[in-house]
Write a protein that binds this ligand. Structure first.
Ligand code: 9L3
Ligand code: MG
Length: 130
């Protein structure tokens, strides 16, 4: 089976993590996620992340280290996250309902999409170390 990768970005600035609030599908409407999306044919995962963040948030970025485990999704997809730096631009929600910045203390109370909850301890650690 062809495994498709979905990439997501953990962007930390001044001790806060950028999260984006999904509009779709209906089951995820209103829930917060690390922004990103599917790797397209011919793209590397980090190319895809750069493209997704340009499309979704209007920023230029550079992916760094992986963070957290790879999470299996439905339909043979796997989800993976990268610590990511903003190279230029100010993020704004072009596709999401909103974006927000959250501290380690605020994170546990955020309504995250279920798949991303797996990364909570890793994200809290990254925030506390930043
Ligand atoms: N997904 C889960 N957590 C995330 C991201 C970026 C994506 N942090 C899931 C939601 C969709 C699938 O991966 O089912 C594809 O994502 P998108 O292309 O709809 O953003
Ligand atoms: Mg997306």
């Amino acid at each position: 089976m062809n495994v498709c990768v979905v990439v997501a970005a953990a962007i930390v600035v001044d001790g806060r993590l950028l999260l984006a609030q999904r509009r779709r599908p209906a089951a995820l409407d209103g829930l917060w996620e690390l922004p990103g999306g599917k790797v397209e044919p011919g793209e590397t995962p980090t190319d895809a992340l750069r493209r997704e963040l340009r499309e979704e948030l209007d920023i230029e970025t550079e992916a760094g280290e992986r963070i957290g485990v790879e999470v299996p999704l439905a339909d043979g997809l796997v989800l993976r996250a990268y610590l990511t730096e903003i190279v230029s631009g100010i993020p704004r929600a072009l596709d999401h309902a909103a974006i927000g910045w959250f501290s380690a203390a605020e994170l546990p109370a955020v309504d995250l999409v279920p798949n991303d909850r797996m990364w909570l301890p890793d994200l809290e650690r990254a925030l506390r170390a930043s």
